[in-house]
Design a protein around this ligand. Sequence first.
Ligand SMILES: CCCCCCCCCCCCC[C@@H](O)CC(=O)SCCNC(=O)CCNC(=O)[C@H](O)C(C)(C)COP(=O)(O)OP(=O)(O)OC[C@H]1O[C@@H](n2cnc3c(N)ncnc32)[C@H](O)[C@@H]1OP(=O)(O)O
Length: 362
Amino acid sequence: VEMQTLTPHVYWAQRHSEIYLRVELSDVQNLDISVQDNILRFRAQGHGAKGDNEYEFSLEFLEPVKPEVTHRSTQRQVNITVKKQEHSWWDRLTVQERKPLFLAPDFDRWLDESDAEMELREKEERINRYLNQTPALFFPEFLGLKKGYLFMYNLVQFLGFSWIFVNMTVRLFILGQDSFYDTFHTIADMMYFCQILAVAEVVNPALGLVKTGVMPAMIQVVGRNVILFVIFGSLEEMQNKAVVFFVFYLWSMIEIVRYPYYMLACIDNEWKLLTWLRYSIWIPLYPLGVLAEAVAVIQSLPIFDETRLYSIPLPKALGQSLSFSYTLQLYLVLMFLGLFINFRHLFKQRMRRFRAKKRKAH
Ligand SMILES: CCCCCCCCCCCCC[C@@H](O)CC(=O)SCCNC(=O)CCNC(=O)[C@H](O)C(C)(C)COP(=O)(O)OP(=O)(O)OC[C@H]1O[C@@H](n2cnc3c(N)ncnc32)[C@H](O)[C@@H]1OP(=O)(O)O
């Protein structure tokens, strides 16, 4: 059956920045819409006023429009949106003064200029209200550069440590004690990632981005990275020891509380339980963590003696070399000094935090 080309009914309306066209055609196929030289050309097969046919029309716009067109076909019609080049109100749609016969106003969307201005103002006000009210949680970019950066940093660390904690817990439930012995091989890559990233924890206070001392952060980051990279990372013999499990588990337990606490602080928010946990669970976790780290150091001493890894060459008269285990024995002393400094620091932070809360409550 040969199809004749017909014109569909087209309805139009405008806003200051857009033109809306509604083409009365159902079950549209082979749709072709383009704007060239400010002329919109429409061609499609579909069911219109004259039954199933090929329909087409063209419109030369009164003022310049952008060449990109957006359109959406429903079962009953095709909706077309064309953006005006300039934000302005047009007296009519087309260059020719006489309105084409197939074109009519779309009274469902029709607004006159002042109504459209009012609509625009209301829309702007709605957006402003929305931006002011929406919790910044979902839009870190509105937090400002510093808070946005801190929020993202804490989020990445939180995700990393949550992955570690959940993975270890699931493996503990499924494999029981057996999971202790291959913790390193399943978790180490993520732990490397998180602990390398944690260098930012020293950089942040050094740059004045967070209100805390550089020293406690340095003790924390250096302390952990010595254990992770020097003791576990470089000694294969240490990697399948149960102590790896305890060290990683204790680290991740505090971090899945600490990082979400910081994330909320970035958006000036607080959950009481989280605050309490952040400033309380270090009391058992910190000494246990240092204890587990000390066990790891002690277990590594004979291995360093045997392998001579990182040993310091000595003049022949003094013997072959000085084992790295001596450095580690000195480090053991530093660890307990570090424990003391950070324990005191965390205790002060806890007092400051809870004293400030009590004052607020009165
Ligand atoms: C010179 C090098 C010497 C090297 C010597 C090596 C010695 C080795 C010692 C080994 C000891 C380490 C053992 C350790 O590895 C064991 C464990 O971790 S076991 C698991 C338990 N551990 C913990 O509980 C400690 C967790 N860590 C921490 O709490 C921190 O790292 C620490 C630096 C210790 C303390 O944190 P901080 O000083 O930052 O306290 P606050 O959390 O109260 O923060 C103060 C304010 O700053 C804001 N802040 C801080 N960080 C951020 C952030 N990332 N994003 C946003 N805001 C942040 C925070 O909100 C506070 O603000 P406000 O007061 O307004 O609430």
